[in-house]
Each structure stands twice: as C-alpha cells, then as structure tokens.
Design a protein around this ligand. Structure first.
Ligand SMILES: O=C(O)c1cccc(C(=O)CC[C@H]2O[C@@H](n3cnc4c(=O)[nH]cnc43)[C@H](O)[C@@H]2O)c1
Length: 221
C-alpha cells in the first residue's frame, strides 16, 4: 500500500471521499504544515504503524512561480509533478535573495525523484487527461510574499512552484528507503501577496483527484 500524505485536512478531505467510494487500498496521513511538522509526523507514523508501506505520495496545493522569460508558467488549478525537490530557504537570507551554506554543513538540499516512478506517474495522469507540468518544486518555511522573492527562487533553481513540505518528505522517504512522488495543484501564483487571488478549495479538489488516479493505478503495478 502507498501512504498518501497531505499537509491539511482541507487537502485530504476530497481524497478521503474518493477512496471511500472506491476499493483502492491506501493509508492516509495529515502530516501538518511546514517541513518540521510533516517530517516528524511521517517518521513517527512509519516507525509505529504496523502496515507495510511501499511508497509515499505527497499531494496538495502549491504556489506557481511566474516565468518572466516568455516561457509559460503553471497557472491556477494546473497539475504539477515534482522531478526534483529543493529545501529552498535553508541557508542565508538577504531580503528577497537566498544564498546557501556548504553541503558539508547542511547535508544535501536537493532531492531527485526516481525517474521510472516519475515517468509512470506522468503517463497515468496523461492517460486520464490531466497534463501535468513536470519540474522543480521548491520547499520554503515561509510562503513567498513578494514576486521578487519568488523570482529569485525560480531563477536560482529553475523552479516551477513552491510548497512547504515536499523536500522534507522526500528526505524522510529516502531515509526509510521508500519511493516518493509529489503531485500538487496550483492554488495561487507567487506574487505580491493577495490572498483574494487564491483558489484553495478548487486546487484541493484537483490535487486530490490527481493523487487518487496515481494511487489507484500504482497500486495495480
Ligand atoms: O493566508 C491565508 O489566509 C491562508 C489560508 C489558507 C492556506 C494558506 C497557506 O499559506 C497554505 C500553505 C500550504 O499550502 C501550500 N502552499 C500553497 N501555496 C503556497 C505558496 O505560494 N508558497 C508556499 N506554500 C504554498 C504549502 O505546502 C502549505 O502546506 C494561507
């Protein structure tokens, strides 16, 4: 069985309904917002729950970086699959800019997603008419509240979108030797903060729908 992880009840609720209306076997966990709480709750779960877990699927909402170079960025309610996760604000902060400490001090801050699992996930979503953006997700402790900060993170990492848990969940999955996937739907653009532009409810539905498809079809593989 896969472990499906979301940060909040709001993100998990639609998946709970979809699982209840199906026979897809899956364990779910609401792991909390932010890298510390999510890593703690997942590690505790994996150490104490007796069930066999064959992989972790992290799903939920994310903020999309606005691409200034004429390339298309992800738009609200688009589906995004992580090919790489970065602990993007673990370092030295100069206003909107980040610099990073030596790896000897911090350990790795970048996590590549297993290529064959990512390919399988992309095909599953495509087959079901969801056409995911595939790219680098940046994990932050603080939601970027200015477009300038988002632009710096985007440029630094060729980032597609940001969230607050993915890199730490990838780290936990790696420590427990579990395959890891992350799928998110865009609830907001990373811009000068305007919470009226956020489409949280709709993005939670889209993200859960994508996670359900992945869980259903990966379970058969
Ligand atoms: O400010 C509010 O009123 C508010 C209400 C509900 C949720 C929030 C969040 O900040 C959600 C953070 C949550 O969602 C992910 N997320 C979504 N968009 C972003 C973003 O632009 N930057 C970072 N994280 C984002 C994140 O994974 C959290 O779990 C605010």
């Amino acid at each position: 069985m896969f472990l499906a992880v979301a940060a909040t009840e709001m993100e998990m609720a639609p998946l709970g309904r979809m699982l209840a209306a199906s026979k897809v076997p899956c364990v779910t966990l609401v792991a909390g917002v932010g890298p510390v709480e999510s890593a703690l709750r997942i590690a505790r779960f994996l150490c104490t729950d007796g069930r066999h877990i064959r992989g972790i699927v992290n799903f939920g909402v994310a903020g999309a970086y606005i691409n200034l170079q004429g390339y298309q960025s992800a738009a609200p309610l688009d589906v995004c699959l992580a090919e790489r996760e970065i602990a993007g604000d673990f370092g030295i902060c100069y206003g909107d800019n980040m610099d990073y400490l030596p790896e000897e001090l911090t350990g790795r801050i970048a996590y590549d997603i297993d290529r064959s699992l990512l390919l399988q996930a992309g095909l599953i979503l495509q087959r079901n008419d969801l056409h995911p953006h595939v790219g680098t997700f940046v994990t932050v402790n603080a939601v970027s509240g200015t477009r300038a900060r988002g632009e710096n993170l985007r440029q630094q990492w060729q980032g597609l979108c940001e969230n607050m848990e993915g890199a730490s969940i990838a780290r936990v999955a790696e420590a427990f030797g579990l395959p890891f996937l992350e799928v998110r739907s865009i609830s907001n653009m990373v811009e000068n903060r305007n919470s009226q532009n956020w489409q949280l409810d709709e993005a939670c539905e889209v993200a859960a729908g994508a996670a359900f498809l992945l869980l259903r079809e990966l379970e058969l593989s």
